[in-house]
Ligand binder design. Structure first.
Ligand code: RM4
Ligand code: MN
Length: 393
């Protein structure tokens, strides 16, 4: 347990005040497993209502001013008007997520499909997403491909990489100044034999070939059990190729549970590498996004809880005594070095975070503030009739 001196205390508070976490529009909507979607009361019926919920999360936490969109789930006629709606509520539109995994045409893949017509359709959707970014002022296009095969011999592994590279190139070349392409990887699912972007190495090589605007995004749920994610963070940061995170927790596969719920120690180790790489500052260009589904728990409090979990892991990471750690590492003091890290992890940072919130004029306990706010009663009463939003919408 660490008792920080005054300068450390101030440095940590400043870093926590500057931290930014982006919440996903789809986490406010209904979701479920492949067995059942459980609708909840008060769920948004359109992107405007999702953004209103995201704005509520920002009002409570003070560190979640951006909301990511998913197209076509968040398709509207006028994206500039949607962006205006967001700024009116005190938030901004963040990453645009493409969706080339829910159309009948994509059964055998999207940009890697053997049929050139389907590849064209998928690439056109990605280009449409860049157009939306132009209207919303979003910086990041986030790409996840469900592409892959189920059976050996089903399609040519190498040719599919060529098709993927061609589509990525076309989209990359369409990016404007200040726009980025974030490429996400996932081990398996829905494909079970090969996946076309299965790991960070594949994503990294494609991004390196594309150029400086292409970066890898790490979804914490997209690895084999036991994968050392903080190693990937350190490696990609060193290579200048980490673009951001999709944070969530997993016990088994891509569970999309609240970040920090399954393994808060892993989240601390990840955030330590971020602090070590001086990548916490918003200017470092790392997008700290959530990618979660709240199937059985109330959504807004679950997202608030997730933001708090990221903040707690970050505060602990900021408390690591870098000088003491470096000295122990230089001296080959294995136990000493480990103890420096564990001391920071064992520190109860909740009082510090309450202080940071109070200084920012926020309620020190955002979940209690939400419960008292009456917001849920309001949306439950207002959002009656119409179609609740959900994935697959
Ligand atoms: C995918 C991937 C994407 C997200 C969708 C909802 O598994 O993680 O980032 O857009 O799920
Ligand atoms: Mn993701």
């Amino acid at each position: 347990m660490i008792q920080p001196d005054a300068p450390t205390h101030e440095r940590v508070r400043q870093a926590l005040r500057a931290q930014r976490i982006e919440t996903p529009s789809w986490a406010y909507a209904n979701s479920g497993t492949r067995f059942k979607v459980f609708p909840q009361e008060g769920v948004p019926r359109d992107p405007y209502e999702k953004i209103a919920d995201a704005a509520m999360v920002h009002r409570l936490t003070g560190v979640a001013p951006m909301v990511a969109l998913h197209i076509p789930w968040d398709r509207v006629d006028d994206y500039a008007a949607l962006a205006k709606h967001a700024t009116n509520l005190g938030v901004r539109l963040g990453a645009i997520n493409s969706n080339v995994f829910q159309d009948q045409d994509y059964m055998l893949g999207s940009v890697t499909n053997p049929d050139p017509r389907v590849r064209r359709k998928a690439t056109d959707h990605l280009l449409e997403c860049v157009e939306i970014m132009d209207a919303t002022g979003s910086r990041d296009l986030k790409l996840w491909f469900s592409d892959g095969t189920n059976y050996p011999g089903q399609d040519d592994i190498r040719t599919r990489q060529d098709r993927l590279a061609a589509a990525l190139r076309e989209v990359y070349d369409r990016l404007g100044d200040g726009q980025r392409l974030l490429l996400e990887y996932k081990l398996f699912e829905p494909a079970f034999y090969t996946t076309d972007v299965p790991d960070w190495g594949t994503a990294y090589v494609h991004c390196r070939e594309l150029g400086p605007k292409a970066q890898v995004v790490i979804d914490t749920g997209h690895h084999a059990p036991g994968t050392n994610i903080e190693f990937i963070v350190a490696f990609l940061l060193r290579a200048g190729k980490l673009g951001g995170f999709d944070f969530n927790s997993r016990f088994y596969a891509d569970d999309d549970l609240m970040v920090g719920a399954a393994d808060p120690f892993q989240l601390f180790r990840i955030m330590y590498e971020i602090v070590r790489g001086d990548a916490l500052r918003p200017e470092a260009g790392i997008a700290f996004m959530l990618d979660q589904c709240h199937n059985i728990e109330p959504k807004i409090p679950a997202i608030v809880r997730s933001v708090l979990n990221v903040q707690e892991a970050t505060a602990k990471a900021l408390l690591v005594d870098a000088d003491a750690l470096a000295a122990a590492q230089r001296a080959g003091d294995v136990l000493g070095a480990n103890a420096v890290l564990m001391d920071a992890y064992a520190t109860d940072v909740r009082p510090l975070l309450r202080e940071v919130r109070e200084e920012a004029g926020l309620d020190p306990d955002p979940l209690a503030a939400y419960a008292r706010s009456g917001y849920f009663d309001k949306i439950r009463a207002e959002r009656v009739g119409g179609h609740q939003a959900g994935w697959g919408a």
